[in-house]
Every structure is written in C-alpha cells, then in structure tokens.
Design a protein around this ligand. Sequence first.
Ligand code: NIG
Ligand code: FE
Length: 407
Amino acid sequence: MPSAVKRVFANIGELATATGSVAACGSRQGDVKKLHAAWLLERDGVIEAVGEGDAPAADETVDCRGKLVTAGLVDCHTHLVFGGWREHELAWKLQGKTYLEILAAGGGILSTVRETRQASENALYEKTRGLMAEMLRHGTTALEIKSGYGLDLETERKQLRVVGRLKAENPDIAATFLGAHAFPEDMDHDAYVDLLCEEMIPAIAKDGIAQFCDVFCDDGVFSAAQSERILNAGRRCGLIPKMHADEIKEIGGTQAAARVGAISCDHLSETGADGIRALKDGGVIAVMLPATSFYLKKPYGDFRGMIDAGVAVAVATDMNPGSTPNLSLPFAMTAGCLYGRLTPEEILTGATLNGAAAIGMADRLGTLETGKQADLVVWDADNLDQLIYRYGTNRAAAIYKRGARKI
Ligand code: NIG
Ligand code: FE
C-alpha cells in the first residue's frame, strides 16, 4: 500500500545510486552518484527529493543511523517456481559429472520438470511466496520469474498462474515464458519447437500473464536457428524476447538475440569479442550471473570487456534448484565484482538500474531519484565498498517498498 504521509529518511551515511532511466544511460556504467550525510524525502511511495545536509521537515522521520542506503535491488533473472530441490546432485557434481551429463541422464532440469508437474498450484504458490520473502530480506524488491519446468502447456500455465498471483500482490514482478528450457523426454526436438511456436506461445500470450519469452540457446539444447524461430513466434504474439546464451558454448546465440531485438541476453560466460559486438550493435542488455559460475565452477565471462565495449551489464542471481540455488543478490554482486572485475559502482548499477531495464521497469525503479518509486534498502554497512566486502552474511537491515517498511 502506498504511504499517505510525507516521510524523510534522515542521517544516511552514504546514499549510493545509479542515475537515469535507461540502461547505462548513455553514460558510463560506473557513474554512481554518492551523497554523504544525506536524506531522501518521499510522499505516496514516490521520491520527492534527495540531498545532503539538514533534512527537510516531514510527517515522519526514519533515522538511518549513518548507514548505506541504495535503491531496492532488482533481480532480473530467476527460475523461482519449481517443485522439489536437487541437493542429491551435489554428490554427482563432486564426482565430476557435468551439468549436461546430469541432464542427459534424465536428471537436472528434467527431474525438476517431473516434480513441478506433480506439484499442485497452491503448493507452488506457497513455496515461491516463501522464497520471494527470503529474497526481500536480502534486499531484492523487484524481480523476474520464469516458467520452464513444465515443458507442456498445462504445467507452464500452472507456473505462470503462480507468478500472476504473486504479481497481484506485488506489481514489480516480471513474468517470462521459458517453455524452451529443455526438450521434453520422449519427444522429437523439431516437433517440440513446432508445438512451442504454433500452440504453446499463442496460448500463453493469450493468458496475458507473461510479458517476456525466453529460450535456452546452447550446445545440446536449442540451436540458434530454433531459438530465433521461437523468439520471433513470441514477438508476433506480443512477448518481448530474452535469451539464455553462451553458458556452455558459443553457438551464435548473441547474434540471434540481436537479430530478434531481445531486451536482454543472459549468462554469456563464454561470450567472446564477436558476441560482445553483436550485443552492443543490437542494444541488448547483458545479464551476467556470477553466482551460477561460482556454483558450476565455470568461467565467469568477460564483464569488463562488455562494459568497455559500451554494453549495459546487469547482474542477477539466476536462482534455480540446479545450477545455483542461491537467492542472495548481494552474494552475486560480490562474485561479479571479484571475478567479473567490476567496480562496486558498476555492480550496483547492474543490480539496480540495469536489472530494472532488463525487465522493462527502469522508468520507475532502479535509482534513488526524484519521481522514482521509493523502494530502498538501509544496509548494515557504512558504505558501498563495505557492502560488497562483507559478503556471506545478510547486511540488509531495513527494506522499504513504495515508502512503506516491509522488513
Ligand atoms: O539458467 N541454463 C539453463 N537453465 C537454468 C538452470 C535450470 C536448472 O538446472 O534447473 C540456468 O542456469
Ligand atoms: Fe537461467
């Protein structure tokens, strides 16, 4: 609920924010504005002003106790609706089995598909709601959620209905149809692509819950040509294209993403100079998922090369039961900073403004500026560097959504 009062957040030790309303904003990704001894004034859930020095008068004052305040984090890539967990895969990983070997043996995504098909909509709803509450406690105030553990129309719809119910409670959730997450067991691959394009995508678009259509374009999964066909079918039905690409191998995903006008291309841990150029020329946001690289013990990707080439980089968790069962975006930020060699400022932009841009919400979210929604986190950290540095424990101390305290 929007707050009716005029509220001032006073005694902010460091207010750190990206600026602008589109990814990278034509400026450098690391151009974060920092105010010290600062305040933020909000009314009816919208930021009226920010400044340094004496805080203006208001109906209510929140004492931020000299701590760091940032915009609420935006997790633009999650697979949050799923049945079961996959902790049994840990032992297989330790034996050296790869992600694709586990998938080929009927494990991995396909085992989660079996459990998701069996789960009731209500059970999935309760579970996802609980995970979202945990994400909120770690500072995530807006997020994207994908389907993709049904691989049949009925279950994909069930997953998206769960997202729709959560969206009714929190409009800052983006829904993505990921029917092209894997090939269903015992189904001809081309026949599944036909089914996706001719039946599933039109039906999902008609339901009106999903805004985005995604595909896992990679070695052993959907080819670049199949991915392009699927995303074009989605586009014709009004679904904005997104893509998982270059997680395992470069097979032309970035170029296909650029050709279909994808809003983002995600993973990109294997992307080289040609792929980076394709993203830049296509104006595609690169969504990097460093916590996935950490858990799969794989390369992190050329974050630095992307930013230096002028590509807008977002950072997300990729939270899912297989490749990264982690919902802390601050953890992903620290991993992206260290292994992607980005500055804390660049990472903050990636986890706020550019994350919001990757799900079409940058007009209202992602920065602490006049006119933006008053979604903010007071961190138990003195400054941005300290937030990134003190990884591994939850530093989110208080979380406000549209000006109202949530945690
Ligand atoms: O983004 N790469 C494809 N899909 C997910 C993993 C899903 C799973 O293993 O359940 C990902 O990493
Ligand atoms: Fe993913």
